[in-house]
Design a protein around this ligand. Structure first.
Ligand SMILES: [Zn+2]
Length: 228
């Protein structure tokens, strides 16, 4: 998915949060997809979210993906503790999980996740990477997903970026917004809101948190309409 880099360059004080859809191994048009030897799966219900069921939402602005089953399983490849010059030692994964947990908190636990310790069991893999120059990179996080038929998610990879001169506000506030945003992608929000107030807007201030809005929550409920 192409990001709008022209817009970014005019607002360089904001950090971009990236998203990309990986190669579809199992496209809708692929015959025999799913390893069934040519026979059709008969019991899978059709995925047909209704954009007017939970409003307001930005479902019309994005591609609607979803995990076939929840809670989704999350594996953390590393766990880094960072001490900013102007703050206290902070476990990055605890900030990330605080951000992730906002989605289940806002959906009555329906859109939930569990942490697994075996990478082979993971639906979503999370890694924290230290980058030398966040201004040059202009990205605080990135999520890649692979989907099968009808927007059914098969795996997601979340990359969270930190940098050596990160400030306390960037670590404890900005990272919270990044983690919430990237988990929104990993849950199936394949694209961005056009409203700058939403967590799923493409840009955010590096040292500021962003709360989930009603539009964000209604959009994820739209993805998982079959569970509400
Ligand atoms: Zn994004």
């Amino acid at each position: 998915m192409q990001e709008n880099t022209h817009f970014l360059s005019r607002r360089a004080f904001l950090r971009r949060v990236g998203f990309s859809a990986g190669a579809m191994l199992c496209g809708a048009a692929a015959a025999g997809c799913g390893g069934g030897g040519g026979s059709q799966a008969s019991s899978a219900p059709s995925y047909s979210p209704n954009l007017s069921q939970f409003t307001p939402n930005y479902g019309s602005e994005i591609t609607l993906d979803h995990w076939p089953a929840l809670p989704v399983r999350v594996y953390f490849t590393n766990d880094i503790t960072v001490t900013p010059k102007d703050g206290r030692a902070t476990r990055v994964n605890s900030v990330i999980q605080t951000g992730f947990s906002r989605w289940p908190a806002a959906t009555g636990g329906v859109v939930g996740y569990q942490v697994v310790t075996d990478p082979a069991q993971a639906d979503i893999t999370v890694s924290v990477t230290t980058v030398p120059d966040p201004v040059g990179l202009s990205e605080t996080g990135k999520t890649s997903v692979r989907t099968g038929t009808e927007g059914s998610l098969q795996l997601a990879i979340i990359e969270i970026y930190i940098w050596p001169d990160i400030t306390d506000a960037e670590l404890t506030q900005g990272l919270l917004a990044t983690a919430t945003h990237e988990f929104g992608h990993a849950l199936g929000i394949a694209g961005h809101s056009s409203d700058a107030g939403d967590v799923m807007y493409i840009l955010h201030q590096p040292g500021q948190d962003v709360a989930l809005t009603a539009r964000d929550v209604n959009t994820v409920k739209t993805l998982y309409y079959f569970l509400f």
